[in-house]
Design a protein around this ligand. Structure first.
Ligand code: GCU
Length: 417
């Protein structure tokens, strides 16, 4: 950390382990009043403190008012994926805010499995048409980021929109057939339905009607995406095909940050999977390696609350660090995954984040990572908290999904919730 300060204005990304230096992490079990938590009841109080600290200093406060929703099934296909799945498209409308566009949920339910089925719920980066190769899904008509792939976006007439080339563009990251074959449903929605991912995106998303932009703890886009995941869970609770006690929140990268924050706040998520969520996700903020708090706030000023920006040059003063976000998932199963070729996300920092949740899982008689060392590549470790660092780049691969399905089989499917 001291080394980071020496870089001055815009610190370079550090990839040198010998320069990381030492840092002191806040203790998840230490209450603000100095008392140490030793019981589950005590942890409940500390948990509430930590949630409030993450809201005030990192992600912003999620508005607590309940919002009336209307679920409308737009289309059901009882013979999707060559007869293997029931496919539903469901729009979540906001009754009190008729001008807000709906969240459009795409749901695949395996026909061969006995209902209700557990489900993987995760937002996607480029529209529902992007995750599936089925050609009859409507193209999303919303604002599209060109960052995902320039060729799949048309920026000719004003705002960037999806083109036909976007179909199935990220289907490789969503092995729907494999997931269904293991008896899980898949629920997804475009994250831009909740808030388009650019600094002015909030003006057309949920944050245009909820929250208070004048406040330093007003929620950011990550908070909005997390909130959206909970609204999709609201829908899933009404769908008889789904076992709403077994909804596994999953997300990659920025959406992984949102999945963690969603699972931290909303205990209806039975488990959470963070795929390369990095800075502002599973990676320790105080570890000077890869992306930094300063860099993320400069590049993505709309993701976090205003107050988070004040920590760019003084990370040591943050009242929390990211391992404490992960403790908020306890005692539920948590998977943190990194990729060796994604040093920007700081695999070691993500591992440490997961590892440091151990004392909280212990309060519940559970083993988290269980004292394993930072493992070599493609060697998953841990029990209720699991971790792997796979070979390859920043991505979601079949290898990742193999581990997630095994994790869900071991810890979610059989858990008598
Ligand atoms: C950028 C950003 C990361 C983020 C990633 C992504 O690299 O710096 O924090 O996780 O985008 O969402 O793919």
């Amino acid at each position: 950390f001291v080394a980071q300060m020496a870089w001055g204005q815009e610190p370079q990304a550090n990839y040198d382990e010998s320069k990381v230096g030492t840092f002191t992490l806040p203790d998840p079990l230490l209450m603000k009043n100095g008392q140490r938590v030793t019981t589950r009841d005590g942890w409940e109080k500390r948990r509430a403190e930590l949630l409030a600290l993450f809201a005030e200093h990192v992600y912003g406060k999620t508005p607590t008012q309940s919002v009336r929703l209307r679920f409308q099934t737009l289309q059901t296909d009882n013979n999707a994926l060559n007869g293997r799945a029931i496919r539903k498209q469901v729009a979540i409308f906001f009754t009190d805010y008729p001008k807000l566009p709906p969240i459009e949920v795409l749901l695949y339910v395996p026909k061969a499995a006995r209902q209700p089925v557990p489900v993987f719920l995760g937002l996607n980066f480029c529209g529902n048409h992007c995750v599936s190769t089925e050609g009859d899904l409507p193209l999303s008509t919303r604002w599209m980021s060109t960052a995902v792939g320039g060729e799949i976006v048309n920026r000719q007439n004003g705002e960037p929109r999806a083109t036909e080339k976007a179909r199935g563009f990220q289907a490789r990251r969503w092995p729907i057939d494999t997931i269904l074959a293991h008896g899980y449903a898949v629920a997804t929605a475009y994250y831009g339905d909740i808030e388009p991912d650019h600094p002015k995106g909030w003006q057309s998303g949920i944050r245009s009607v909820l929250g208070d932009t004048a406040r330093a703890d007003n929620w950011g886009a990550i908070g909005a995406w997390a909130w959206g995941m909970s609204r999709i869970l609201d829908y899933l609770q009404t769908d008889p095909a789904i076992d709403a006690q077994r909804v596994i929140g999953i997300g990659h990268s920025r959406i992984g940050k949102a999945a963690l924050w969603a699972g931290a706040q909303d205990r209806r998520f039975a488990a959470v999977i963070s795929n390369e969520s990095g800075e502002g996700g599973a990676a320790l903020a105080r570890r000077w390696y890869g992306e930094t708090v300063e860099r993320i706030n400069n590049s993505f000023p709309h993701w976090f609350c205003g107050r988070y920006k004040t920590y760019g040059k003084q990370v040591a003063n943050l009242p929390v660090d990211q391992h404490e976000l992960l403790t908020l998932i306890a005692p539920r199963p948590l998977y943190v995954a990194s990729a060796e070729g994604d040093q920007w996300s700081d695999p070691k920092g993500e591992f440490l984040g997961a590892d440091l949740t151990e004392p909280v899982y212990k309060l519940y008689g559970k083993t988290g990572i269980g004292g394993a060392e930072f493992p070599g590549v493609n060697q998953p470790v841990g029990q209720t908290v699991r971790y792997h660092n796979r070979t390859g780049k920043h991505d979601v691969t079949d290898y990742d999904w193999q581990q997630y399905i095994r994790f869900a089989d071991d810890l979610v499917r059989r858990d008598p919730r």
